[in-house]
Design a protein around this ligand. Structure first.
Ligand code: GAR
Length: 323
């Protein structure tokens, strides 16, 4: 049975962690997500009755259930029902050493992540887990190893890689020291991969088509092709690159002086253009700002020249008694 696994962009996404051992990755996921409001480790399942992860998860307030291997193998429906009753959307395998049945993998296709302590595809497959991997890496004289988080498919350790992080293997490294280094990068890689998966499964907030909106409102199926709604035009802030050139001269002071002392009308035109320089500049319109600066300069000259002509004519004419 396939569950409805669509992720709602506003709702909390519940994840389940499956673990068989110490559970440091499981604990890390709880610490990474459970104080936020987007992703919640809501359930931990284990196949080991006395696994240390059980107490740790209980201490963190995460419901933790043990199912024997026979249930995992022969009654996968019991596991799926448990996941469904907790509204689990994503599963994270954090050192889970039990075989996952096809029913579970298929029901959560593309939504199960596994963390593996090597740079997959190297050192993956049957028998390659935990300390065995680090031992094999050291024995092979590798100079690097790491952690891989991948999507679980029906083939062991072979699904698409979501996040991979490297560590250096030094000549004096032991399987234990390498394990500690790999764990450190796992604590970064696993939350990153969970977040990536949740984000990739969350539908973008696109406006509904007119037909979908009507079909929703009327409660009827919509079989006609959708008519996309017009996306609102976004006014972007001025691009930083556009502001990297200095602002052209506004000539505001000269505009005001020539307006008062020379000729009024061209002076006002000069002031308007001076004011436009800064507004165009901060809108990111560098060409417009340069044009306004040039215009301001031209109208200052016009105002000045007209002012000189009028004053030159005014003085002799006033002496001659015509004014
Ligand atoms: C982790 O290193 C994980 O990569 C590995 O088991 C360890 C569990 O540690 N998983 C595998 O080997 C799976 N093939 P933890 O219990 O401290 O999280």
């Amino acid at each position: 049975m396939l569950y409805e696994l669509c992720i709602d962009e506003k709702a909390m996404t519940n994840i389940a962690v499956f673990a068989s051992g110490t559970g440091s990755n499981a604990v890390n996921l709880v610490k990474a997500f459970n104080s936020g409001n987007r992703i919640h480790v809501a359930l931990c399942l284990t196949d080991k009755e006395n696994a240390p992860v059980i107490e740790k998860m209980k201490d963190l307030g995460v419901e933790t259930l043990f199912f024997p291997r026979s249930v995992w193998k022969e009654q996968p429906q019991v596991i799926l029902d448990t996941l469904r009753s907790h509204d689990i959307k994503i599963i994270a395998l954090a050192g889970f050493l039990c075989f996952l049945s096809d029913e579970i993998v298929n029901a959560y296709e593309g939504k199960i992540l596994n963390i593996h302590p090597s740079l997959l595809p190297a050192y993956g497959g049957k028998g390659m887990h935990g300390a065995n991997v680090h031992k094999a890496v050291i024995e092979a004289g590798e100079t690097k190893s790491g952690a891989t988080v991948h999507i679980v498919t029906n083939e062991i350790d072979a699904g698409p890689i979501v996040v991979q992080k490297e560590v250096a293997v030094l000549p004096d490294d032991t399987p234990e020291s390498l394990e500690a280094k790999v764990h450190d990068v796992e604590y970064i890689a696993f939350p990153e991969a969970v977040l990536k998966l949740v984000t990739s499964l969350t539908p973008p907030a696109v406006p509904k088509s007119v037909d979908d909106a009507w079909a929703d409102a009327l409660g009827v199926p919509n079989n006609v092709p959708p008519i996309p709604l017009q996306q609102p035009v976004k006014t972007e802030p001025a691009p930083v690159a556009a502001r990297q050139e200095p602002m052209p001269d506004t000539f505001l002071v000269w505009s005001v002086i020539t307006t008062i002392l020379c000729c009024f009308i061209p002076g006002i035109v000069a002031i308007i253009n001076s004011a436009k320089v800064s507004s165009k500049y901060y809108e990111g319109d560098m060409e417009g700002a340069k044009r306004a600066s040039r215009n301001a300069e031209i109208w200052i000259i016009v105002s000045f020249v007209l002012g000189v002509i009028t004053n030159t004519l005014y003085i002799p004419l006033s002496i001659a008694g015509l004014f």
